[in-house]
Ligand binder design. Structure first.
Ligand SMILES: C[S@@+](CC[C@H](N)C(=O)[O-])C[C@H]1O[C@@H](n2cnc3c(N)ncnc32)[C@H](O)[C@@H]1O
Length: 261
């Protein structure tokens, strides 16, 4: 009896192991949802050599941010882009959105040193950025697209967080390039090819407005909402100090967004 039970348990365990090792039918595999060693992850996002290929100054310049723009950096990590976005749009609020409480704490701790009091950190959930509807002018996402699981639902929320004339900037890994070791690209089967990202985002109402080719290992798209097509240019908003619709002290929790949990 005990032998039969042991055999059955061993069989079930074997089946479970086999199932978890099986590749799914998807062509792409999401990277692990979170980081084991947070300090190592923060250090890798801030690798001194990174500027040479991530070209953050050129990226931020290409965005042509209004000085009073409100920006959300989704998957902010160490704040590598957040602080540069916040410096370029110093009259607006830059939200550092991440699911990792340690990364949030890191940015909270660095904000004063960076001279960017306009950064507001937001602890999001995996399924939703928790940005209120109609609350930001630009959503920026670097190296985070493949972490998002139900991207259609996620980017519908991003779409509704954007104000009329708002823009979505997406930087992610080119599927076709071979990266040198120090760049730390994800495995090819963890990357979302540019054509796939465009297709997915078109499905939720985004149209590609600009494509920049200056990043050697990544694609860089700027998208607008299809419903804004025909608008001559995004609304030009004065610095937020003179804008009554934006609170000067943003609340820690978005008001009109409920966590899906
Ligand atoms: C590879 S890092 C990129 C960090 C930063 N954007 C950069 O370019 O340096 C991915 C980041 O996305 C965050 N992340 C993962 N899943 C997320 C989700 N569903 N929503 C928001 N952030 C997420 C991780 O915690 C991590 O900080």
């Amino acid at each position: 009896m005990r032998a039969r039970l042991t055999t059955a348990l061993t069989g079930a365990l074997g089946l479970l192991l086999l199932l978890s090792a099986c590749p799914s039918n998807d062509k792409t595999q999401p990277p692990a949802a979170h980081y084991g060693d947070k300090q190592a992850a923060l250090a890798s996002f801030e690798e001194p050599e990174r500027d040479a290929w991530a070209r953050p100054a050129q990226v931020v310049e290409a965005l042509k941010l209004e000085p009073g723009a409100d920006v959300a950096d989704i998957g902010a990590g160490s704040g590598y882009f957040t602080r540069r976005l916040a410096q370029a749009a110093s009259g607006g609020t830059t939200y550092a959105v991440d699911v990792d409480a340690d990364f949030k704490r890191h940015i909270d701790g660095q904000r004063a040193r960076w001279g960017t009091p306009n950064i507001v950190t937001r602890l999001a959930v995996y399924e939703h950025p928790l940005l209120p509807a109609n609350s930001v002018d630009v959503v920026f996402i670097s190296n985070t697209y493949s972490f998002l699981q139900d991207r259609a639902a996620y980017f519908r929320a991003v779409h509704s967080a954007l104000r009329p004339g708002g823009r979505l900037a997406l930087i992610d890994w080119r599927a076709e390039v071979q990266c040198p070791r120090h760049v730390g690209c994800p495995k090819p089967n963890q990357r979302i090819p540019k054509a796939m990202a465009k297709r997915e985002l078109a499905g939720v109402g985004f149209a590609v407005a600009e494509e920049h080719d200056f990043l050697p290992y990544q694609y860089f798209l700027i998208l607008t909402r299809e419903q804004d097509a025909g608008r001559r240019k995004p609304a030009v908003r004065p610095p937020s100090r003179t804008t009554p619709s934006r609170p000067t002290q943003p609340s820690a929790t978005p008001r009109d967004v409920k966590s899906p949990r």
